[in-house]
Design a protein around this ligand. Structure first.
Ligand SMILES: [Fe+2]
Ligand SMILES: [Fe+2]
Length: 407
């Protein structure tokens, strides 16, 4: 039987890419079809025999009486008979969902790290992801939020004018700012670890959520940096870290479920932080404090938007999930019942910041402004809880159970 295809390698060796020409020509043949391979490379015969053995094809022997190119090639060509192994390799292969469309409702563990939409050869290692169902991680807004996050990354070195003078800030107000920054840093560290942990257990099929969580962790890394830098700007030591504040954050780290972790951190905690950061911004005694809080608010708004959208997405498809969310708030409240909640020095620092001076009248004003802040925080939490699906009275009840530590 004559060869019907020809691969002419000229002087190209199989050890320098020649196999691509052979494989390309073989792809046009059915198993059993014959390919003439012509070439002048001295090791062509040796290399071709080895490559064919590895890929399940056969090179005809010189003495088989069949060698030679027949109609398709020159008399000196080698002849390869195509085997069936290459095609069998893709038997049982599946598409890992649709690359451009909505992700699958359930991502198979066996898809592993394959790109969404790739043809997945059977037999690879399973991913072992804890969260592999769309409803448990998804929000339709995730792709848009990721795009906004990617476009909104800012450089701490240039986005803040670190040389802006602190000059007129009285020393005791500066101590209050340093205490607040010290508190912010520990909260930001928790807020970094949680999306990073969720990310590590998420099936990568839900790539937009994976990408969004990665940008969220990067945002928090910048917040840790800029709040630390602001705290150090006046050269003094950092403020205090309370056991109660850290206990509150520790409960977030221990939250095992994707949605309840996202709910407690982003809806209730970061939602409350939006008001806190705006408050610090509005009462900032210096340009740097105003800048770092303004930049952080921009990022936090995205974190809150995803938490709210995802939680609402799940609660809409499964009404009973509101009960699970409720329990997560109650459980956390019970765990923290015997702790002090907010560091008293942080509360006092907020009052001093908003007072701006030490006259009794200023302190009364500062105190009232912090009470107003707490009211705004409560209103915000109730609004978000209502959006997720809680009736107003239950939203008010759950908001009141939220940690006194704000985050
Ligand atoms: Fe943050
Ligand atoms: Fe955040």
């Amino acid at each position: 039987m004559p060869a019907t295809e020809l691969a002419d390698l000229a002087d190209l060796g199989l050890d320098e890419g020649g196999h691509l020409l052979v494989a390309r020509a073989l792809a046009r043949l059915a198993p059993g079809g014959r390919l003439a391979v012509a070439g002048r490379h001295p090791a062509l015969r040796l290399h071709l025999a080895a490559w064919c053995r590895e890929h399940g094809h056969r090179v005809l022997d010189d003495d088989s009486g069949e060698a030679g190119a027949g109609a398709a090639g020159p008399a000196a060509a080698l002849v390869v008979v195509k085997g069936g192994a290459g095609d069998r390799r893709w038997l049982g292969a599946v598409r890992a969902g649709d690359a451009a469309g909505t992700p699958a409702a359930r991502a198979d563990q066996s898809w592993g790290l394959a790109a969404r939409g790739a043809l997945v050869e059977a037999g690879g290692p399973p991913i072992g992801a804890q969260w592999s169902q769309r409803e448990h991680v998804w929000a339709d807004v995730a792709p848009r939020l990721y795009a906004a996050a990617a476009a909104g990354q800012w450089d701490p070195a240039t986005a803040v004018d670190w040389t802006a003078p602190l000059g007129a800030v009285p020393e005791e107000i500066e101590r209050a700012v340093v205490q607040i920054m010290t508190y912010l840093v520990e909260n930001e560290q928790a807020a970094l670890i949680i999306p990073a942990r969720l990310l590590s257990q998420l099936h990568p099929h839900y790539r937009e959520v994976m990408q969004l969580l990665a940008t969220q962790a990067a945002d928090e890394a910048r917040h840790v940096e800029v709040f630390t830098r602001r705290a150090l700007l006046s050269g003094g030591p950092l403020g205090t870290s309370s056991a109660g504040g850290r206990a509150s954050l520790q409960t977030l780290l221990a939250e095992p479920d994707f949605t309840t972790a996202s709910f407690l951190l982003s809806v209730l905690g970061e939602g409350t932080f939006l008001d806190l950061l705006r408050f610090i911004h509005d009462h900032a005694p210096d340009r740097v404090t105003a800048d770092v809080t303004r930049l952080a608010v921009r990022d936090e708004a995205r974190h809150v938007a995803f938490g709210v959208a995802h939680t609402a997405h799940l609660a809409t498809s499964d009404k009973s999930y509101l009960g699970t969310l409720r329990q997560s708030v109650e459980r956390r409240h019970a765990t923290l019942l015997d702790t002090a909640g907010l560091n008293a020095e942080v509360f006092d620092s907020l009052v001093i910041l908003a007072a701006g001076s030490w006259s009794p009248e200023a302190i009364r004003r500062g105190w009232q402004r912090v009470r107003d802040l707490q009211d705004r925080m409560d209103e915000g939490r109730r609004r978000r809880l209502a959006y997720i699906g809680f009736p107003d009275d239950e939203a008010a009840e759950l908001s009141a159970l939220h940690t006194r530590n704000f985050m």
